[in-house]
Design a protein around this ligand. Structure first.
Ligand code: HEM
Length: 144
């Protein structure tokens, strides 16, 4: 019995740590790293893609799109490694270019939310294509 209690005492902090980390992973904020924000965007996009033609999911998908727009908003003020590694005098211009691309993500996810709220599933499917292209272009340049 004593051994069991000691084992429990040792395991408890491990569990608390794991749960705290899981909660943190789901969180969207300026404090989350660029990578965590991107992962959240990817997760939401995947769920939306799987259900884009199911109009019973439009409310849920509008919420997911809104959350992804907010994650992109947080990314707007973050700087990718490729830019941090550039000579200091080139960074301001590179950040401008990065932010222009990220703004497209904010705009597209906002349009996607509106399409779901308006019951426009065909429009939503079109916006998903544009998002897929944006991801491709963004990663080619900033996440090589
Ligand atoms: C819908 C569009 C997008 C999705 C779903 C997406 C998704 C992701 C995911 C899942 C990762 C993490 C990969 C890993 O586990 O290492 C990532 C990383 C990254 N993405 Fe995106 N992305 C999108 C658009 C963009 C755009 C437009 C840009 C730049 C303008 C961008 C820049 C980056 C960068 C710099 C990283 C590396 C982060 C790091 O590890 O520090 N992404 N993205």
């Amino acid at each position: 019995m004593k051994k069991l209690i000691i084992a429990a005492l040792f395991t408890l902090p491990l569990f608390t740590h794991t749960f705290a980390f899981a909660a943190q992973e789901d969180q969207i904020s300026a404090a989350a790293s660029l990578k965590l924000n991107m992962k959240q965007i990817g997760k939401n996009l995947k769920a939306i893609v799987a259900t884009v033609n199911d109009s019973s999911k439009n409310q849920d998908n509008a919420g997911l799109a809104q959350q992804a727009a907010e994650a992109f908003q947080a990314v707007y003020n973050q700087v990718p490694d490729v830019i941090n590694e550039m000579p200091a005098d080139q960074q301001p211009e590179a950040i401008k270019g990065f932010q222009q691309e990220i703004q497209k993500g904010i705009d597209l996810f906002t349009q996607l939310k509106d399409a779901f709220l308006n019951g426009d599933n065909a429009g939503a499917a079109q916006i998903l294509k544009a998002l897929s292209q944006l991801k491709q272009d963004g990663h080619d340049q900033y996440n090589p």
